[in-house]
Design a protein around this ligand. Sequence first.
Ligand code: ADP
Ligand code: F6P
Length: 472
Amino acid sequence: SKGGSGRSGRSAFVVVANRLPVDRVDTPDGSTQWRRSPGGLVTALDPVMKANKGAWIGWAGSTDEAPEPFDEAGMHLVPVPLSAKEVEEYYEGFSNATLWPLYHDVIAPPVYRREWWEAYVKVNRRFAEAAAETADDGALVWVHDYQLQLVPEMLRALRPDLRIGYFLHIPLPPVELFARLPWRQQILRGLLGADLVGFQRPGAASNFLRLTRRLLGYQTQRDQTFLPDGRVVRARSFPISIDVAQLEEIARRPETQRRAEEIREEIGSPAKVLLGIDRLDYTKGIGERIHAFAELLTDGDVTPDEATFIQVATPSRERVEQYKLLRDEVELAVGRVNGTHGRIGRPAVTYLHSNHDREELAALYRAADVMVVTPLRDGMNLVAKEYIACRYDNTGALLLSEFAGAADEFRQAFLVNPYDVDGLKTTLVDALRLDPRNATRRMRSMRRHLVEHDVDRWASSFLSALTGELRT
Ligand code: ADP
Ligand code: F6P
């Protein structure tokens, strides 16, 4: 802490997120080890963590007994335990069957259950208490995402000395949808416990300001909300990004290039490769893109020798009903298109339901002529940024939904409305037949923007908006 008068062993910088930034590895000798997860957030925060004795509070991802706080990869990690029932009610229930669909335009119907809300309150309180015990006097605490929207208010009540920032990684819907939430005022009050509330897009920040006026009756001016107790809360957009240099370095390795060539050969050396990489989530528009591609094959606008689709779908939230239904839908669509247009050893769509390391993902990005990113709604979409990062030679085309946050930044992409089947088909053909000079011009401009706006810049602009004093 700055003055050195701090509570001993406590941290001047604390991150609170649903998940810890480490993955558990069970070794053959029966012991447990932790490996830093590959995520961009933890990389971005690394320098701030190291300079400020940073701590990270989060769930270890299982219902086993939570380990005691431990130090790993230069961070102090504080595991928050969740029982099997809490995983069901707080994580799968309220977070992923109530908030997730509501915040993503109600693409799937949100389920409102009072016992899920109660579990959400209880678990948020547990995270807030862990943060209150970990933070040093006057520390800076950064709370993340929709699973923990009540933490800012709870933490402020426990520790009024702290400076609190909050960032929502997913969209914030307009009042017309948000108002359906039976606990809408509690959620807004929870967020208003922060000094600064960050969003991916400017539109979400305006939604927030309008929500505080309409649902709580507070005054707002520009990016500020005025609370009855005299506090002022700011709301602004800070579009998140990726570690561009790190991914580009992997993409440039000769072995990555060899693997990319091998992938193309393994799928039958088509003239063009289309690629989708997503968590298997109904917000991602996976079915929409497969249907559009299948129609192009059926119409004869594209032949199977001309183009092959690779769709990688990461297993996600597999016990939530809507995710089970989606998996069946996507797998039925893939089976249909392959049954109709595939040949022996040559599927029209190569579909993988699995996790892959960064090296394999980079090789896939290098192998793809057209990256197909068609979410029906997405906070940002980092996959689009990862593709651009890997195209260091300014080749390739990005097809991008206008409903992804990334569309604000990449006007040179092939922007589409994924609900418009004909528009999607025409744009797929345009992207497939793009001439190299045009491709270079578009990609160069997108890369110029991305290189300037990496995840370090995101973290430092949020943190300096929160306080000019933090050492980085
Ligand atoms: P979301 O946060 O909704 O999952 P994003 O596109 O913003 O969507 O981020 C997804 C992240 O997960 C990216 O960093 C991407 O590389 C990674 N990812 C996606 N699919 C896989 C996979 N099959 N294996 C490993 N990582 C994946
Ligand atoms: O950005 C949205 C988000 O829910 C993150 O909070 C989360 O880490 C990621 O997507 C993956 O989802 P989950 O943690 O539910 O597996």
